[in-house]
Write a protein of this length. Structure first.
Length: 282
């Protein structure tokens, strides 16, 4: 018997439990996913509704190009389960300006421009710095000093993605830690990669999915990634990943966000679901 509409949009059994490890993808609109992720015949307007019931989190990349209206944010939130969490990529007009310190008002406008509509579904805010931006401690500190820490009484979580080798230094780590801002870990071979813990949560963006592997990553790689996610969540620091400084001392349990981004994008939903399945079974 073919699945009913209710079957297609039912959350997997594991998704009813709030977990500290959330695995997801970037965005939910991508034509090839209509062949290998979304059910045949699913109308595009229901893709977020479906994707949010197969995954625990999605990184919204569209806001990198243009912030949306409160009405749009409210619509997206309404289409997802209560325990779903969005991450939002901040507009590039903020992070790619001449100086970050001059972008403080833009950051506040973005945050106060409707993000409250997500309510408890609002997860980390990703501030992706361009590859040409060199580490300037004074400029970065001035920007971080002004970032709002709460929105309507809810704590905000900020994460920086640095893409210049000059950030691979102890001065950056100290600055990020002083502000309680997480740093993206990526397995990219193009951008600097560091797994140093700088915030009270971990945010990984994985960029090596392969089109010739149905699950994007090999089974062994997914097993290793799951193990690392478990270590992060338990408050530990995986020693096999690249670090600038010393390994972090064991700490309290922390939330972990893992996103499969870019590369063989058509494989990323399968990779995310394969890792989430492993996480839930661990």
């Amino acid at each position: 018997m073919p699945p009913t509409t209710d079957d297609l949009f039912a959350s997997p059994a594991h998704a009813t439990n709030t977990a500290s490890i959330r695995v997801g993808i970037g965005g939910w609109t991508f034509a090839p996913w209509r062949k290998n992720f979304y059910p045949e015949g699913l109308v595009q307007r229901r893709e977020l509704e479906y994707a949010s019931r197969q995954l625990r989190t999605i990184e919204i990349n569209g806001t990198f190009y243009r912030a949306q209206t409160p009405k749009v944010y409210a619509k997206w939130a309404a289409e997802t389960p209560d325990d779903f969490v969005f991450s939002l990529k901040a507009p590039k007009t903020i992070t790619e300006g001449r100086r970050l310190a001059e972008s403080a008002n833009g950051a506040k406008r973005f945050i106060n421009g409707g993000l409250a509509e997500f309510g408890a579904r609002l997860g980390p805010l990703l501030w992706q710095l361009p590859p040409a931006r060199i580490f300037d401690p004074n400029d970065l500190a001035a920007f971080l000093d002004t970032l709002p820490r709460k929105l309507n009484g809810r704590p905000l979580r900020h994460v920086l993605e640095v893409r210049h080798d000059s950030f691979l230094c102890d001065a950056y780590l100290q600055l990020a830690r002083a502000h309680g801002v997480a740093t993206v870990f990526t397995d990219s071979t193009t951008y600097p990669s560091m797994a140093d813990i700088t915030g009270d949560f971990v945010y990984a963006r994985l960029m090596r999915s392969q089109s010739d592997i149905e699950s994007g990553y090999s089974s062994g790689a997914l097993d290793e990634g799951t193990k690392r996610a478990g270590l992060w969540a338990s408050g530990r620091d995986p020693a096999d990943l690249p670090h600038v400084g010393e390994l972090a001392a064991p700490a309290a349990a922390r939330d972990v966000f893992v996103f499969f981004i870019s590369s063989a994008k058509e494989r990323n939903p399968a990779a995310a679901m394969a890792m989430q399945t492993r996480v839930d079974a661990a």
